[in-house]
Write a protein that binds this ligand. Structure first.
Ligand SMILES: *[C@@H]1O[C@H](CO)[C@@H](O)[C@H](O)[C@H]1NC(C)=O
Ligand SMILES: *[C@@H]1O[C@H](CO)[C@@H](O)[C@H](O)[C@H]1NC(C)=O
Ligand SMILES: *[C@@H]1O[C@H](CO)[C@@H](O)[C@H](O)[C@H]1NC(C)=O
Ligand SMILES: *[C@@H]1O[C@H](CO)[C@@H](O)[C@H](O)[C@H]1NC(C)=O
Ligand SMILES: *[C@@H]1O[C@H](CO)[C@@H](O)[C@H](O)[C@H]1NC(C)=O
Ligand SMILES: *[C@@H]1O[C@H](CO)[C@@H](O)[C@H](O)[C@H]1NC(C)=O
Ligand SMILES: *[C@@H]1O[C@H](CO)[C@@H](O)[C@H](O)[C@H]1NC(C)=O
Ligand SMILES: *[C@@H]1O[C@H](CO)[C@@H](O)[C@H](O)[C@H]1NC(C)=O
Length: 353
């Protein structure tokens, strides 16, 4: 059996249970329509670090991040090219004050070992199309030389990868959007149309919601729910996993590692997505929950998410009806956080029963 995000399965089970209680309306069992792009996805997932306990006080981090695997793998150094080794470390990932922190530990002028870096990979490896969002900032401690790469990306292999990356050496507003392959080793040239640099309106050391939407033939990039760039070249065609990391290896992309600490501070990760199974209509858990709720013709089994350009997804409106032309006069729409709050409250009540 392919791994799934347990929280989603849990939600599906809870939601299908709810439908046998007559006074409870169906809620999103059959998926989500993003009204601004008119794309439909079967699943959603939120990891909200606000409110999670500080792991610096001895709370088990692995248990706080059940949907993610904290990496401990190492890349070897290459003396010939000057590439430094890098070591992903458990101690470079922690939760404090409602933020998930990933760290490239400052690499001093006299350091000779691997650069200590951080990486989180989703346990789910079968994302197949989706809208992937994370609200974060990147902070390089002042007075540093060198830099670091902070990445939020989808990965299967070097031929199926979509990246959002901050390179701290490139100025405080530059952000890189890439589909791989973006470089032709044989001819030593860039692949036209596969890599772009976008200038943010505000520096990346302030919180932004960074987002990429992956659908067939299109990678669309967003900042605070504004679509700032599209890439149609080398759009992944294979299922993959989601990764967040901070790293440097003295190579040409990262440059020399930052001499001071570099942090990626994440407030939440939120996504709407299909899996390989659900995209093909073969996700039995999903199909059963949807059917049990009355199928996708039943009001409320499909939810409509209207993201607000310029705002984070916390301000998105979730509705049980397709929106009418003028969103301002729409009835029945609720702030997403309100709806999630109601679902959470019902879950708590069910738990008590
Ligand atoms: C995270 O939780 C906080 C506090 O409950 C809430 O204000 C915020 O809207 C939540 N964010 C998301 C993305 O759910
Ligand atoms: C933390 O929890 C994980 C998963 O439950 C477990 O495998 C690990 O041993 C725990 N680590 C510590 C230090 O308790
Ligand atoms: C980093 O790479 C350069 C070559 O690009 C090399 O001269 C330098 O020694 C390397 N730095 C370290 C710390 O190995
Ligand atoms: C590096 O080593 C030299 C010689 O021992 C010392 O003078 C210098 O202060 C060290 N630099 C750092 C950043 O530790
Ligand atoms: C991206 O593609 C979508 C779908 O074709 C289009 O509606 C949108 O305007 C494009 N965005 C940009 C920034 O070109
Ligand atoms: C993605 O992976 C598939 C299967 O390995 C491969 O055929 C394809 O070329 C890769 N890249 C893209 C952009 O489709
Ligand atoms: C997601 O999967 C469903 C099938 O369950 C399909 O109808 C839909 O078009 C897929 N969404 C995207 C954006 O590929
Ligand atoms: C956008 O965000 C601002 C600041 O959080 C908030 O005051 C405003 O109501 C939001 N607008 C919408 C349309 O959600």
């Amino acid at each position: 059996m392919k791994p799934q995000f347990p929280s989603t399965q849990f939600l599906s089970i809870i939601l299908s249970t709810l439908t046998i209680i007559p006074f409870t309306a169906a809620v999103c069992e059959c998926g989500y329509v993003l009204t601004t792009t008119n794309q439909y996805f079967t699943h959603t997932f939120t990891n909200n670090f606000t409110g999670l306990p500080d792991t610096t006080t001895g709370v088990n981090l692995t248990r706080s991040l059940p949907d993610w695997e904290i990496q401990e793998y190492k890349f070897a150094a290459d003396k010939k090219t000057g590439i430094l080794g890098r070591q992903n470390a458990m101690s470079s990932v922690w939760i404090k004050d409602g933020l998930l922190h990933l760290l490239q530990k400052g690499y001093g002028a006299n350091d000779t070992g691997p650069v200590q870096v951080a990486e989180l990979q989703s346990i789910n490896q079968n994302f197949f199309h989706g809208s992937f969002r994370a609200r974060y900032r990147v902070v390089q401690v002042k007075g540093a030389t060198g830099g670091s790469v902070a990445g939020f990306f989808l990965y299967y292999d070097d031929q199926n990868e979509t990246d959002i990356e901050v390179l701290t050496k490139d100025g405080d507003r530059a952000i890189h959007y890439t589909n791989h392959p973006s470089y032709e080793v044989a001819t030593d040239t860039l692949v036209p149309g596969a890599a772009f640099t976008h200038q943010l309106a505000r520096p990346w050391n302030e919180f932004h919601e960074h987002r990429f939407d992956w659908s067939e033939g299109l990678s669309a990039f967003y900042v605070n729910n504004v679509n700032v760039l599209n890439i149609t070249k080398n759009v992944p065609t294979h299922e993959g996993k989601l990764i967040l990391n901070v790293w440097a290896n003295n190579g040409s992309w990262s440059g020399p590692p930052s001499s001071n600490d570099v942090y990626m501070d994440v407030e939440y990760i939120l996504m709407y997505y299909n899996t390989t199974d659900s995209a093909a209509g073969n996700d039995e858990v999903f199909n059963r929950a949807c059917e049990f709720a009355g199928g996708n013709e039943q009001r409320g089994t499909v939810c409509y998410v209207t993201d607000q350009a310029g705002n984070s997804s916390v301000d998105s409106v979730m509705s049980l009806d397709a929106p009418v032309e003028d969103a301002a006069v729409r009835v029945g729409g609720v702030q997403m956080t309100t709806l999630l709050g109601v679902v959470a409250a019902v879950v708590v009540v069910i738990g008590i029963l």
